[in-house]
Design a protein around this ligand. Structure first.
Ligand SMILES: C[S@@+](CC[C@H](N)C(=O)[O-])C[C@H]1O[C@@H](n2cnc3c(N)ncnc32)[C@H](O)[C@@H]1O
Length: 286
């Protein structure tokens, strides 16, 4: 029903130190939110966290769950806002270890190596956030069988079950918009899907809108295709700056594959093959 643990480990476990070389200092592996376009990647990542914090209607006393929390970057933002209880779940062994030992999170925070589909918390959450985890929910094969909306709806239902009445959900997803026109572009996109993110598929905006019902109401929605273009452009620039170190430590293949993947992403956002959405979702309590 979702990317397997082995597929997730392929995507996120080259080495924590490898990702540290080209992501921002807190290792957000998702689109930042640029305003003017002149700010640093670090500031734009904070702006993304701010938007999703507000979308989740957070206050320091609310218990929040970050579904697919990566290396814990968004939880670190919660620390700066004085959130008392924040939990994160990830399916990546390397990310969970890093988040628990290297991020300096408060003792009341927990990052669990935990499959979302099997997560049974002791207490439901006042607020949810999930930043680009939903692209691991439906495989290309399942989408070809026409199962996408039904499986995304299962994801939103599960989120509903994890939350309390009155909860808000700050949600972000990478999107697929248009199919590229040339053979090379199609091959590059297929390479990204097969080699960098096996088992995953970017959803369509229409599928998200259909799937949130009847569990959530979308009260605000913004897309940020250009912000993702800038984010991936900056990741590519930093990767290239570290070419020598990466080739020496992780081999030529890792460098070549990640350069091809990030270069493809930059073109994907520039040419509208891909986009990104943030949604403010209110729990339906009928
Ligand atoms: C693209 S990363 C985004 C990480 C983080 N939200 C960020 O902004 O950097 C996707 C995340 O979803 C997690 N994930 C995917 N499938 C999952 C599942 N079934 N249960 C828990 N986490 C999952 C991955 O382990 C990874 O941490």
């Amino acid at each position: 029903m979702t990317s397997t643990q082995a597929e997730i480990d392929l995507s996120y476990s080259v080495s924590n130190e490898f990702f540290q070389l080209w992501l921002d200092e807190n290792m957000h592996y998702t689109s930042a939110s640029y305003a003017s376009g002149d700010e640093s990647l670090e500031d734009a990542q904070k702006a993304k966290c701010r938007i999703l914090y507000e979308y989740a209607e957070m206050t320091p006393s609310k218990r929040v769950l970050d579904i697919g929390c990566g290396w814990g970057s968004n939880l670190l933002y919660h620390k700066t806002q004085g959130t008392q209880t924040a939990h994160g779940i990830t399916l990546s062994t390397a990310q969970a270890e890093w988040a628990n030992t290297k991020m300096g999170l408060p003792g009341s925070y927990q990052v669990k190596l935990q499959d979302f589909w099997k997560y049974e918390p002791e207490e439901r959450y006042d607020a949810l956030q999930s930043i680009e985890m939903v692209d691991h929910v439906v495989s290309p094969e399942q989408a070809n069988q026409g199962l996408a909306v039904e499986l995304y709806r299962n994801y939103f239902k599960r989120c509903w079950e994890l939350s309390k009445p009155g909860a808000w959900f700050g949600f972000q997803a990478i999107l697929r918009d248009r199919v590229p026109r040339t053979k090379k572009d199609l091959e590059d996109l297929k390479f990204t899907a097969d080699v960098i993110f096996p088992g995953g598929l970017n959803p369509r905006l229409e599928e998200m809108i259909m799937a949130i019902r009847p569990y959530w109401e979308c009260v605000e929605l913004r897309t940020q295709r250009e912000s993702y273009g800038k984010t991936t452009g900056e990741w590519l620039r930093r990767l290239r700056l570290n070419e020598g170190t990466i080739r020496a430590q992780w081999g030529d293949r890792v460098y070549v594959e990640y350069e091809r993947y990030l270069d493809t992403c930059v073109r994907a956002f520039a040419q509208h093959w891909s986009s990104d959405v943030q949604m403010k979702l209110r729990r339906c309590d009928l």
